[in-house]
Ligand binder design. Structure first.
Ligand code: GTR
Length: 427
């Protein structure tokens, strides 16, 4: 009963409570309890993974299933027919630099879910299908772009004075508030397209948000019962949205659907990692400052911990995950295994030096410890074993940088991702 009364409070305070924890969390390396990472190359029956074939056929499906059972939950396998409706095409967007399309994705058999509004920028004058970055936004399409004719999202948004969210809705003043994180002209000038959607189109980001989102709509029992261990969380649902964008992009002749890079920041970096793990159509995977629940090793109790994240944001994960709060050693996975699920595709992990909450070193170490799987494919990763200096990117198929500054996505980050995608898509 009491728990029930507390729910609305948790729903409002999750974010603030997590922020308060940032002041008292451990940031001292010497206080990390010694740990052993679960083995990537030992199968559940005790066999040793010796080849890329062993990995692909035996161990990889096991590791994917472990992430379903213990961290993100299992994505449903059926949602019926997906409809794509191109609602607008503007051939001379951004002063003629790009074509901007708006695509509404809905489910034919799930009319209670209003669908997702995808915004796609394609560089003009390319004379060939464009490679494309695919990533969710925190603020909506109108926040990503500074073009004033982008339709304003009408969906629920987290309260924010800075972002001019009034009564949980975007306002005219919200336009462009995320544009520094999406350097459109830079992306387009390098010959890349960008497809993006507002993550709240799939599900409002709070503990009860699923009731108004895709997860409730896809349940045979609607919103009636509680989530069971292994059921998908919000991150799984947001990642599902990225895969539906990939479905659409395969139908658009202006896009080279063999060259899709999935990208996300922070909670949406956790999302891009999980999307990349499940959907091999994403040929490049990028995690920007994804931290706890993303690239950072969960066994390093530094910055945000499993206990904090599962208390502040229980809806992001499958219920099982909270059992590893202060009990990480019992969890059969750690995040090097999430990175390895991208193999043999190239993956980029980025940290920021002031983003200690996300544990930059733990993010670096997950990439380092994924190397045995890339070795099976004969692919080089970092080529170093120590975290590199600030602003000195490293790596081939597993890449990493530690940027100057705070928890954010900056032009510097994008410059590295563009180079990385350019290099790998050329191969
Ligand atoms: C924080 C949370 C992080 C990270 C971040 C974000 O409050 O503790 O795990 O996801 O939010 O998404 O910006």
């Amino acid at each position: 009963m009491r728990k029930h009364l507390l729910l609305p409070l948790i729903m409002l305070l999750g974010e603030d409570w997590a922020e308060a924890q940032q002041k008292t969390a451990n940031y001292d390396e010497s206080k990390i309890v010694p740990y052993t990472l679960p083995s990537l190359l030992t199968t559940e029956s005790g066999g040793v993974v010796k080849s890329a074939v062993d990995w692909t056929q035996t161990r990889r499906p096991e590791v994917l299933a472990l992430f379903e059972q213990h961290v993100f939950g299992k994505t449903p396998s059926q949602w019926g027919k997906v409809n794509f409706e191109v609602t607008q095409t503007l051939p001379k967007a951004l002063n003629g630099k790009a074509t901007r399309k708006h695509i509404r994705i809905t489910l034919a058999e799930v009319p209670q879910w209003p669908g997702m509004e995808v915004m796609l920028y394609i560089p003009n004058g390319l004379n060939q299908p464009a490679p494309c970055f695919v990533g969710p936004s925190f603020g909506g399409n109108h926040a990503v772009s500074t073009e004033t004719d982008v339709p304003l999202s009408t969906r629920w948004m987290r309260p924010s004075k800075d972002k001019h969210i009034v009564d949980n809705r975007a306002t005219e003043a919200s336009r462009g508030n995320e544009s520094s994180r999406w350097p459109l002209e830079l992306i387009l000038d390098q010959g890349f397209a960008l497809a993006t959607y507002y993550y709240g189109d799939i599900e409002p980001d709070h503990a009860e948000g699923w009731k108004d989102g895709l997860r409730a709509a896809l349940r045979p029992d609607g919103a009636q019962t509680i989530w069971q261990d292994g059921d998908w969380g919000a991150i799984g649902a947001w990642a599902w949205g990225l895969s539906r964008i990939a479905d659409y992009l395969q139908t658009d002749t202006a896009i080279n659907a063999q060259q899709l890079a999935v990208i996300g920041h922070s909670r949406l970096g956790k999302t891009s990692l999980w999307a990349g793990a499940q959907d091999s159509r994403f040929g490049v995977v990028i995690s920007n400052n994804s931290g706890e629940g993303g690239a950072a090793l969960m066994r390093r109790n530094i910055g945000e911990t499993t206990a904090i994240i599962t208390k502040a944001f229980p809806h992001w994960f499958t219920p099982t995950y909270s059992r590893y709060a202060n009990n990480e050693a019992a969890c059969p996975i750690d995040k090097h295994m999430l990175i390895a699920l991208a193999a043999p595709r190239p993956i980029y992990i980025a940290s920021a030096v002031e983003d200690t909450w996300a544990d930059p070193k733990g993010e670096f170490l997950s990439g380092l410890n994924a190397q045995p799987v890339y070795d099976l494919f004969g692919l080089k990763g970092y080529n170093v074993t120590e975290q590199p200096p600030i602003d000195a990117p490293i790596g081939d198929f597993i890449a990493y940088h530690l940027r100057t500054g705070k928890h954010d996505v900056t032009r510097y980050d994008w410059e590295q991702y563009l180079k990385f995608a350019q290099r790998h898509f050329k191969k």
